[in-house]
Design a protein around this ligand. Structure first.
Ligand code: ASP
Length: 337
């Protein structure tokens, strides 16, 4: 769990700096009139390259001691989408998801075929050892030991055990919730969402979570005025169809005359009379629904008028926001503004 007690001041600062770098990469695209999809990809690639996050380099390990990466992207303008699962050699899974969306007739590719497709699109391929981090390996060893499961050999190419590591010390009970995602609205009025993850520590049998399932961990629709990326207990987020439901709830809320709702934006947004915007209410109701099934997690939501909202049922979620009229703002714990 992401809690104050689990992060040292140095780790806290490192996460905030990393989030700011990702926000700046996305903002740079949008500032130049670029597309929401490019902004989402730019922000996510920064986090995929950063060993702090459970995505790309820094992904958690499967029970067999491998890194199997999942990602998805969706274009709100035309509801096209692309997803990949179980990648082991593609450096930027989000770029592979984008290529599936734009360069293939399919929506989801898995396993070696997905890596082969990414390679055919000239996306950078790396030795699987590239994804090794001591922090995540130790997290796997602890998880397997705690669950009386066999610990596999250290992967070939990993630095010898006990070698001094410059990586920040691990909060070892952080099994999940380092998944990365981004949602964006561009100056053309288009929304996009993307998500990338290593999944859950010690996953087995080719397990795939919610991230590459369109409508569960990732969804965007200009029509609904909504883009969503989720992190959390994937099994529950799939069953609750979290991301799609948030967008559907927002569309319904906007079109309904539920008691207590008042107009509060220039673009048809509605608020409850306690000034909670429809996007916040939709996100919170959906997170509550996933929690009632047994799944914890959080979402980032972008609205068609450029407001970012967060909802979570966990004590923390790494998150941030930037707008053309706002400096980047980052937060970690649930009780931060
Ligand atoms: N949702 C991801 C999964 O289930 C894990 C996470 O967000 O931490 O694969």
């Amino acid at each position: 769990m992401i809690e104050r007690a689990n992060l040292s001041p140095e780790q806290d600062a490192a996460y905030r700096a990393a989030l700011t770098r990702a926000l700046e990469a996305g903002a740079a695209v949008l500032r130049d009139g670029g597309e929401a999809l490019d902004a989402v990809q730019a922000a996510i690639q920064i986090m995929e390259d950063d060993p702090l996050f459970n995505a790309g380099r820094g992904a958690v390990f499967t029970a067999e001691g491998r890194n199997e990466l999942d990602a998805a992207v969706m274009n709100g303008a035309d509801l096209t989408a692309g997803a990949v699962a179980g990648l082991t050699t593609t450096r930027h899974p989000i770029a592979a998801a984008r290529a599936v969306m734009e360069q293939s007739p399919h929506v989801m590719l898995i396993g070696p075929g997905a890596d082969a497709f990414a390679a055919s699109q000239n996306l950078e391929q790396v030795d699987p050892g590239y994804f090794f981090t001591e922090r995540r390996w130790q997290g796997l060893v602890k998880f397997l030991t705690d669950n009386n499961l066999p610990v596999p050999e250290r992967p070939a190419g990993a630095p010898p055990a006990g070698m001094a590591s410059l990586e920040p010390a691990p909060p070892l009970n952080e099994r999940k919730f380092g998944t990365v995602g981004a949602v964006a609205l561009d100056s053309h009025g288009n929304l996009a969402a993307g998500t990338s993850t290593g999944g859950t520590t010690g996953k087995r049998w080719g397990r795939v979570g919610d991230v590459p399932v369109i409508g569960a961990g990732t969804y965007a629709s200009n029509q609904d005025g909504c883009a969503v990326s989720a992190t959390g207990d994937g099994e529950y987020f799939i069953r609750a169809t979290v991301a799609r439901d948030i967008c559907a709830r927002m569309a319904v809320l906007r079109d309904s005359d539920r008691p207590g709702m008042i107009p509060c934006g220039d673009h048809g947004e509605v608020c409850f009379n306690d000034h909670l915007p429809d996007s916040w209410v939709a996100a919170q109701e959906e997170i509550d629904e996933a929690e009632s099934l047994g799944g914890k997690g959080g979402v980032i939501v972008m609205t068609r008028d450029g407001y970012a909202h967060f909802a979570m049922s966990t004590p923390g979620m790494y998150r941030g926001e930037v707008r053309s009229d706002l400096e980047p703002r980052v937060a970690i714990y649930a009780d931060e503004e």
